[in-house]
Design a binder for this molecule. Sequence first.
Ligand code: HEM
Length: 145
Amino acid sequence: MRPFFAIAVGLMLIGCAATPAPSDDRPLYDRLGGKEGVDLIVDRFILNILSNPELRPAFAETPIYALPNLKRKFAQQICDIADGPCTYKGLDMVAAHEGMDITLAQFNAMGREMQAALRRYRIEDGAQRELLTLMGRMRDDIVGK
Ligand code: HEM
């Protein structure tokens, strides 16, 4: 190999090694995979909820044709709270859950189902914690209404 060529290849390799990994200070929405990622996570989340005997009864009045709209609202809300480019336009959390008498145990079970969906898609731990914390802040608007 000619020396110049060898140096050029060497510099290119160093350049590659020095290329920074995607930075962790990206908005949470991006770390969740953006629109495509959040849609997948919400799909899984809904399947988990409907498979959970503690949560499924709360959705007994929700017909299958209402699920796409519910998924859209969940995804829009996550996008909003995770600093994505959306504004949540659904009902506020008190109005959405009024009269449902949701227990703290159900609320926590919902958090666990979201965590299972996040793990399923190998979302990094920091992003998992951030989203669950943001959702946890809604507790007093949802439980016991
Ligand atoms: C952090 C936790 C939760 C969040 C972020 C959340 C979010 C939402 C959102 C965005 C909607 C749609 C509101 C609209 O129609 O505009 C909704 C509806 C609903 N939520 Fe929740 N929710 C949570 C916990 C729970 C729990 C624990 C239960 C029951 C065990 C529950 C049961 C329902 C039901 C039954 C609906 C109505 C579904 C329908 O359209 O038929 N939610 N929730």
